[in-house]
Design a protein around this ligand. Structure first.
Ligand code: C5P
Length: 273
């Protein structure tokens, strides 16, 4: 058996930290969407589990049991070879590892395999939403998902090349009890009214991340200065940030602007949904 899976980048359009559980995990209220850009995985069933990592962002990605893809396959009892093509920067707040693991679970399920209940959440708080790979409001620590309808959003993703450790960012939060989003998410006509509403929401991790990684503040400033930008914000705990635009043409133009000024930053125009 051979199979292929796509692991799209995950973007937190909002990330409100609303509390903390006794086990230390944080309660979130986050609007999550996915990009038309991501890693690809090729699976060849066999007797033993092995992984090879290729692609632009292969460096530093483990090809053994430390890889979340390995853990996902093992948890579901799947064996064979997995070729993981890394397009997304890891440690970047766009769910690279979580999305790869989720794509592995989706493939196993599509091929008729059984996934033990709770596997996705055990692999990581972002894995359940990545398994859906569609717009969702994510609550709890990541296990409570409500599908939402959102317009397709032209966007630019920018990563300055610094990795930020998620636990340290959560630990540096000054306030853990912040207001959630409104109970009802409005129905939007397009990117403009959606961005206007998003502008009144937050990513509560932006403060601690910009303190620990000043490059992220630089990215946010640069995105704010691009032409026709509707909103700029950090995704997850960083370091990837995004900006929204009215059209893909405007997003591509912004990619050109940022690329010219900061050739060392990873910068991609994408569509989010
Ligand atoms: O579950 P995941 O591997 O994505 O989380 C990485 C770390 O981020 C956790 O060990 C925890 O320190 C922090 N985290 C948290 N609350 C969440 C998700 C993650 O405190 N809801």
């Amino acid at each position: 058996m051979k199979a292929k899976a796509f692991a799209p980048a995950k973007i937190n359009l909002t990330l409100h930290v609303t509390g903390q559980r006794v086990d230390g995990y944080h309660l979130l209220d986050s609007l999550v969407v996915f990009a038309d850009l991501g890693d690809t995985l090729h699976f060849t069933a066999g007797e033993a589990l092995s992984i090879s990592v290729t692609g632009e962002h292969a460096a530093g990605v483990p090809s053994d049991s430390r890889n979340l893809v390995w853990k996902a396959a093992e948890a579901a009892g799947w064996t064979g070879h997995i070729d993981l093509n890394k397009v997304l920067p890891h440690g970047g707040g766009i769910g690279g590892g979580s999305s790869d693991a989720a794509a592995t679970l989706r493939m196993i399920e599509d091929e008729g395999g059984a996934i033990p209940p709770g596997t996705a959440l055990r692999l990581g708080a972002d894995v359940p939403v990545c398994t859906s790979a569609s717009p969702n409001r994510m609550r709890g620590i990541g296990e409570r998902l409500d599908p939402v309808t959102l317009p397709h959003l032209p966007a630019l993703l920018v990563n300055p090349g610094v990795e930020v450790p998620t636990p340290a960012i959560f630990a540096a939060l000054e306030c853990r009890e912040n207001p959630p989003m409104a109970e009802d998410i409005p129905v939007f006509e397009g990117p403009q009214d959606c961005a206007e509403w998003l502008g009144k929401q937050r990513n509560d991790l932006e403060g601690p991340t910009t303190l620990l990684a000043p490059e992220v503040a630089q990215v946010l400033d640069a995105l704010k200065d691009t032409k026709k930008t509707l909103l700029s914000r950090m995704s997850g705990s960083g370091s990837t940030c995004f900006a929204l635009y009215p059209t893909m043409k405007a997003a591509h133009f912004a990619a050109y602007e940022i690329g010219a000024a900061h050739p060392d930053w990873w910068c991609r125009a994408v569509q989010l949904n």
